[in-house]
Design a protein around this ligand. Structure first.
Ligand code: ADP
Ligand code: MG
Length: 251
């Protein structure tokens, strides 16, 4: 495969921010005696098409940061601009649609619908967007096959291993092609072969669709498959390590 296409060169030449965070703070139990200051004045710019890793010790605020970016929880202070939209200006109703159209989540706990088969779990986001059910079904099958799940399409989550459930969760996050994909330890429970498969898939969709990926990981090898690594400490960014890294594989 050609390593750098002209399209990728063009993308690299015209880097534009997809996510801009300024002066972000998050305090849990704000104003109470048990207040926790989890994010402490964090600034971060992520460009369209970046594939970045976040690393840092347990409790440093990684999950909190992802929840702020994904707007699953309210920030205490600061601005978050996604796709040139200051998200503070969106009403709750608009926020729901904005999140659905722009952000894909891969949780550590897969959050699959237990009573839906693999293919039904994956097609659900497309059906919610009003896409024709036949088209949705075909796309869901296609992405599951790509992830080596072609022989598990009609299994329920309870009939799948942890690694297989994770691949269903990954497929479900990718299928709507959101501008930003957020993963909190997205390969956390996978064996190293399956982790590598998932990372290859991430890299492929990153290159193919110029989608942005923000992945929290404890695993150095996973982090090194990304373009750069943002290190967090005590609710702030302490250091950015720029790739490419030596362990990075050809996508
Ligand atoms: P990480 O993902 O890096 O391990 P977290 O973002 O989960 O860190 O947590 C950052 C800090 O915020 C920790 O001190 C944690 O105990 C605290 N924290 C996280 N979630 C909550 C919550 N819902 N209520 C109160 N404190 C929380
Ligand atoms: Mg966490």
């Amino acid at each position: 495969m050609e390593s750098v296409t002209s399209k990728q060169k063009e993308n690299a030449a015209t880097k534009e921010p997809i996510l801009e965070i300024n002066g972000l703070h998050k305090r849990y139990s704000e104003g109470k005696s048990n207040e926790v200051h989890a994010i402490r004045g964090l600034d971060l710019t992520v460009n369209k098409g970046d594939m970045m890793a976040i690393m840092g010790p347990s409790g440093c605020g990684k999950t909190t940061l992802l929840n702020m970016i994904g707007h699953l929880d309210r920030r205490s202070e600061g601005t978050i601009v996604i796709n040139n939209i200051d998200t503070a200006t969106l009403s709750d109703g608009k926020m729901t649609n904005f999140r659905r159209d722009n952000i894909g989540f891969i949780f550590q706990l897969f959050n699959l619908f237990p009573f839906l088969s693999a293919v039904e779990n994956v097609e659900t986001p497309l059906l919610l967007k009003g896409i024709n059910s036949g088209v949705a079904r075909e796309q869901a099958k296609m992405i599951l096959r790509e992830l080596g799940m072609g022989d598990r399409l009609y299994h329920l989550p309870s009939e799948l291993s942890g690694g297989q459930q994770q691949r269903v969760a990954v497929a479900r996050a990718l299928i709507t092609e959101p501008a930003i994909i957020l993963g909190d330890e997205p390969t956390g429970d996978l064996d190293s072969t399956t982790s590598a498969d998932v990372m290859h898939l991430f890299r492929r969709i990153n290159k193919m669709n110029n989608q942005t990926l923000v992945l929290v990981t404890h695993n150095r090898w996973i982090a090194e498959q990304c373009d750069y690594i943002v290190h967090m400490s005590d609710g702030k960014i302490s250091r950015v390590e720029q790739g490419p890294f030596t362990s990075q594989e050809e996508a």
